[in-house]
Design a protein around this ligand. Structure first.
Ligand SMILES: *Cc1c(COP(=O)(O)O)cnc(C)c1O
Length: 361
């Protein structure tokens, strides 16, 4: 018998969410972002469910090669570009489009003889101050790229720092548009949050490409409390489920877990559940974090440990060893659990560790 924890990946939900992204961004070239092992869902599941996307975008070259091996023939985009001449070679061999975001990377690209031209997404900094050329340099960088014989099609790209806030991307969008006006090149601007404002982000020339990530997995790019995934009509793609593996009866004053941080105030029943931080359950989830036991909401008690958590089942008399538990997913939004733990759905989904088997349905 394997340990009961499993991440069930709902390919129907992945496809549904892709359709939502499509409907929001009519006419755009849609890159489904599958970095970080498809946000924890597994690239094998993603490559099948996202068959209708125009391309797959990711960070990790080795996973991009794996996607080719799995039979993905459409475009691939490396979102941080390449880190060495060997990578540039592999990217060209496997027909991957690449980001170029700084002078060092551009010089290495120019200096590496490649077997074919590469499509380049030239990334500009519009306020995030993470990666990207200064937007004021747009014309110079584009001119230099155009002079290089290894350059295929050029796309102008930026990544918004504040697209999840109301109108948070408008200033960055204005700077981008000003600095690139007149350059007859396609643009790629929108992450999930900006896909929900595509009317204002789109150029209208039908050559935009968009890069939704988190929304495809059925979590919100916004604040859960105000714009939940359900309110955006997204369906959770991962259900992290497990079972009760032990039950304890507590007397008033008895404590639970490391550090004895939770102390029973009355006679209580506590179920011990096969899931811990080594599975990716957030260690900082405090007592009170919601957990579903047999479909009923209850609360975490005590500290999350490596392999186990405890939940209050005082009012769930039928809960016993073997009772099913949902940590997040179809019935309980990952964003709600993540928020309780002081984090976001993105982190919780990508944290699900390799010891948790993924089952695609
Ligand atoms: C991760 C990433 C995305 C997707 O962002 P979401 O918020 O998950 O939609 C888009 N573009 C770039 C460059 C990224 O790194």
């Amino acid at each position: 018998m394997p340990r009961p924890i499993v991440a069930t990946i709902d390919s129907g939900a992945l496809r549904h969410n892709l359709n939502v992204a499509r409907a929001l961004t009519p006419g755009a070239h849609l890159w489904a972002v599958v970095k970080a092992n498809a946000y924890g869902h597994g690239i094998e599941a993603a490559v099948n469910a996202f068959a209708d996307a125009d391309g797959l975008a990711l960070i990790e070259l080795e996973n991009a090669v794996r996607l080719r091996e799995l039979g993905w023939k459409k475009p691939l985009l490396l979102l941080e570009g390449c880190f060495s001449s060997i990578d540039w070679h592999a990217a060209a061999e496997h027909r991957m489009a690449c980001v170029i975001h700084c002078d060092e990377q551009l010089s290495e690209f120019e200096a590496t003889p490649l077997p074919r031209k590469l499509d380049i997404y030239v990334k500009f900094n519009t306020g995030m101050n993470r990666l990207g050329f200064r937007i004021e340099r747009a014309r110079d960088v584009v001119r230099r790229l155009m002079l290089h014989e290894g350059t295929g099609e050029i796309t102008l790209m930026t990544h918004f720092a504040c697209a999840d806030e109301r109108d948070g991307h408008l200033e960055a969008l204005r700077r981008f548009s000003d600095a690139t006006s007149g350059l007859p090149l396609p643009r790629s601007l929108a992450n999930s949050a900006a896909c929900f404002d595509f009317d204002r982000v789109a150029t209208g020339d039908g050559r935009d490409s968009v890069r939704p990530g988190i929304m495809l997995y059925g979590a919100t790019p916004f604040t859960h409390a105000t714009r939940s995934a359900a309110s955006l009509k997204l369906r959770p793609a991962m259900t992290l489920s497990t079972e009760i593996i032990g039950v304890q009866s507590l007397r008033p004053g008895d404590a639970v877990g490391y550090g004895a941080t939770y102390v029973a105030a009355r006679d209580e029943r506590v179920a011990v559940i096969a899931a811990g931080y080594a599975d990716g359950y957030p260690r900082h989830a405090p007592s009170g974090t919601p957990v579903l036991v047999n479909g009923q909401r209850t609360r975490l008690v005590g500290r999350v440990s490596m392999d186990k958590i405890a939940v209050d089942v005082t009012d769930l008399p039928l809960a016993r060893v073997g009772t099913p538990v949902e940590l997040w997913g179809a019935q309980l939004a990952v964003d709600e659990v993540a928020n309780a733990a002081g984090t976001i759905g993105y982190e919780s989904l990508t944290a699900v560790s390799s010891r948790v088997p993924r089952r695609v349905v």
